[in-house]
Design a protein around this ligand. Structure first.
Ligand SMILES: [Zn+2]
Length: 206
């Protein structure tokens, strides 16, 4: 029987390999996490190549985002992960990616949210069982002050308990789920929708 930390670290390593190969976590960007316990998370350390993560490239933090492993530097965006674990106890994994499509679409959209409707693939998101529903994705302006960014995200989460992910403008995507496999499925679904949306907009213009 593998210890939970070892198993979760391996899930993060495997997620990194997949997301890097798909081109969604280039140039050491992105960060991933899994819930270790009710009040601890396991996160990728800062600045590592996400396709080549090893067992030492994760660290435990408390839910205030403080490292519990001296000498290991948490990612700058740790608080955006731990905020989600605090928000909902059922969240077990959080993925943050920096894809081209998330970056372009969030820059192209001048409003503060995107709505996806009538896509069959919306059913990949938790809590959605028909293409007739809508997936509302907020876009927050990028901010190097992560505490301030987290403070901007929190009221949206509180007002939208069914939120399945959000974009940071010109930066990337956050999505989550009860297990790592759920979060990965949602990254793929979002990327599919982002690409469809960009293709539609390009064709509608020509
Ligand atoms: Zn980022």
């Amino acid at each position: 029987m593998t210890a939970p930390r070892e198993r979760l670290a391996q899930e993060i390593i495997d997620a990194g390999r997949f997301l890097y190969e798909r081109g969604w976590s280039p140039a050491t960007s992105s960060n991933y996490s899994a819930r270790l316990s009710a009040d601890q998370a396991l996160l990728t350390v800062s600045g590592k190549h996400k396709g080549q993560l090893g067992p030492d490239d994760v660290l435990a933090t408390d839910l205030a985002g403080n490292s519990l492993e001296p000498g290991k530097k948490p990612s700058a965006e740790t608080l955006l992960h731990t905020q989600l674990y605090t928000w909902k106890p059922e969240i077990g994994a959080v993925l943050h990616t920096h894809s081209v499509n998330a970056t372009v679409l969030s820059r192209l959209s001048l409003s503060d949210s995107l709505v996806f409707a009538d896509y069959e693939l919306q059913k990949a998101f938790s809590g959605i069982s028909t293409h007739e529903s809508q997936v509302l994705v907020p876009i927050f302006d990028n901010d190097q002050d992560i505490r301030r960014l987290a403070a901007a995200v929190q009221p949206w989460l509180d007002a939208h308990p069914d939120c399945v992910g959000y974009l940071i403008r010109g930066h990337g995507l956050y999505t989550w789920g009860p297990r790592m496999s759920d979060a990965l499925r949602q990254v793929e679904a979002f990327e599919f929708l982002f690409e469809c949306e960009l293709k539609l907009r390009a064709l509608q213009k020509s």
